[in-house]
Design a protein around this ligand. Structure first.
Ligand code: ATP
Ligand code: MG
Length: 266
């Protein structure tokens, strides 16, 4: 079972989805050339996206801690022109952010025409961590699924292609990755004792993700569930989807100004 595109209203059972899955591929060697090709193609398409200036791409990444959001961004974006990409990492909201509605900080970070925007965590935190810890009353977070759907519709109606990826790792894989952060000096800085508290709430998070997928996968902005225990496979399928989405935009370089042929540069 490779990447899953959630259908509107579809109920997903994450514990039925194999996080180790690698589709038709048997090992990294088989995927390396394809990934490199996708990264090159993405760079070409981004150039046209920028020149065309009429549409934009928003990539939303959500995962449990150590799920690989950072690594995905580093690898997938390794070929693109940094000027055309903006990564926003959503942390715990500041006092100012909390004094506005939950989408206020998110809307400001939406990609301008011609740009690729990447959300490392996103407005979905407001129905994930917030729901799991009841950071606001249920009657408040419950309404947010609709707010999110309306917000994303506003974006897609305005020429933003919205791609949402959930990096699906198993609980065992998370344990290994957190252990690595303890064991390897160059990874120590990434270890956050708070991650263990969230890990203890694994099942609550899975439920919160499942509800979000069910309620927030309209046709214009579906969730994709990516088996992510194997990093090379995760990168390959995500790069594949991004290339596909950019190609679908039917981007074009603007028409050259009249008379370029007659210009002589001395
Ligand atoms: P890293 O891989 O470096 O640990 P990270 O995305 O986990 O990256 P952290 O600074 O460790 O970054 O964590 C950000 C924290 O902010 C997460 O625990 C996340 O749940 C929390 N957060 C993000 N958005 C919200 C929100 N709207 N309300 C409450 N907490 C939030
Ligand atoms: Mg963290």
């Amino acid at each position: 079972m490779p990447i899953i595109k959630v259908k509107p209203g579809e109920k997903i059972r994450l514990n039925k989805i194999d996080a180790d899955d690698t589709g038709q591929f048997h090992n990294k060697q088989e995927a390396i050339a394809l990934l490199a090709k996708n990264i090159r193609r993405m760079a070409e398409l981004q150039n046209v996206l920028y020149a065309d200036g009429g549409q934009s791409l928003l990539i939303v990444l959500q995962a449990m801690d150590a799920g690989g959001k950072d690594g995905t961004i580093r690898k997938i974006m390794s070929g693109v022109n940094p000027q055309g990409v903006r990564v926003t990492s959503f942390k715990k909201p500041t006092e100012e952010e909390l004094s506005h509605d939950f989408l206020w900080r998110v809307h400001k970070a939406a990609p301008a025409r011609g740009m690729i925007g990447i959300f490392n965590r996103s407005h979905y935190e407001d129905v994930l961590v917030v729901r799991v810890h009841n950071l606001v009353p249920k009657k408040v977070w419950q309404k947010r699924y609709d707010h999110i759907n309306h917000f994303e519709k506003l974006l897609t109606d305005n020429g933003v292609t919205v791609l949402k990826f959930y990096l699906h790792i198993s609980k065992e894989e998370q344990a290994e990755r957190l252990q690595e952060r303890l064991d390897r000096p160059e990874k120590n800085w990434k270890f956050n004792p708070g991650d263990l508290k969230e890990r203890a709430l694994w099942d609550d998070y899975m439920e919160a993700f499942e509800v979000a997928f069910e309620k927030c996968s309209p046709k214009n902005a579906p969730w994709y569930i990516v088996p992510a225990n194997k990093k090379w496979y995760r990168n390959l399928v995500i790069s594949e989807k991004i290339v596909e989405a950019l190609e679908k935009m039917n981007l074009k370089y603007p028409e050259p100004a009249e008379g370029l042929d007659n210009i002589v540069i001395e």
